[in-house]
Design a protein around this ligand. Sequence first.
Ligand SMILES: C[S@@+](CC[C@H](N)C(=O)[O-])C[C@H]1O[C@@H](n2cnc3c(N)ncnc32)[C@H](O)[C@@H]1O
Length: 322
Amino acid sequence: MSYLETTHNVYKEAALSPDVGLCCTTNPIWELPGLKIPRIMQEMNYGCGSTVHARDLTNNPKMLYVGVGGGMELLQFAYFNRQKNGVIGVDVVDEMLEASRKNFIEAEAQNPWFKSDFVDLKKGDALNLPVEDNSIDVAAQNCLFNIFKADDLKQAIAEMYRVLKPHGKLVMSDPTCEQEMNDTLRNDERLRALCLSGSLPISEYVKALTDAGFGTIEIRARKPYRILDSKHYPTDKLIFIESIEVAAIKDPMPSDGPCIFTGKAAIYYGERDYFDDKKGHVLLKNQPLAICDKTAGALASLNRDDIFISESTYHYDGGGCC
Ligand SMILES: C[S@@+](CC[C@H](N)C(=O)[O-])C[C@H]1O[C@@H](n2cnc3c(N)ncnc32)[C@H](O)[C@@H]1O
């Protein structure tokens, strides 16, 4: 059996009997006026963060969500769009599509504004999306891509890139891990399917996105996720897994490389009212400007004693340079 078949079976089981501890998120369940998340959707929350960010969702974007789970995030996306077929949901597991279909009927009963046909559920594979080229404004996946091995990850990201319109956004949440994992862990198909042993360091995860052509990357959140310890897992050292929320934007690739925002800011504190690097970055005195890592490097290389550059907070929420 391939690891993709094992994954299929794990999520068939998780569709037939909800498994509350399957994935863990420290995110509180979204509360918005008039939005009720049915209990069954909460029990089937198999994500590791949130891909729903209000600022991505203005002007009725056409949305795609790959790996539907119990449907909670599709309901949250539909909240912002409220149009027939406004959100396409794709999943390869029939039982998961069926479970989410049932959950949307429950959501309809609890949310007067919601209709099941706001979500267009399609059977399909993240590696071969049943979606037209350049047709989507906001695409999302939560806790699926970390399962994929390198070639499949490349293919899944290329598929998202293909279906997004120019400047469209791919919004994701996935576990990441900065420590090395041994081959026994890496090759354990069930642990991989459970989002425990496929994760990459953040830099490799980001590189997979920029290699696909995404010109702008935003790391929006970084949180503790899980521990793999030697009593319960085949490892002789304690492994700390985090989860990140990332947006990859289909902007053209800048000639000097991608803009990767990791939550750095620059503050000019010199004698003048502002500092202008003549490359499009104007730092007003004593006001932080969010900068990408490339600009942070360029400003640091000036070796000035009146510009402070903060460390990455891994919490970027918009604005700034580039
Ligand atoms: C970890 S769950 C995440 C579910 C949902 N995104 C959430 O946050 O609750 C992974 C989801 O991806 C689906 N899936 C697994 N392999 C897939 C594939 N190759 N293509 C599309 N969906 C897949 C599973 O059925 C399941 O719904």
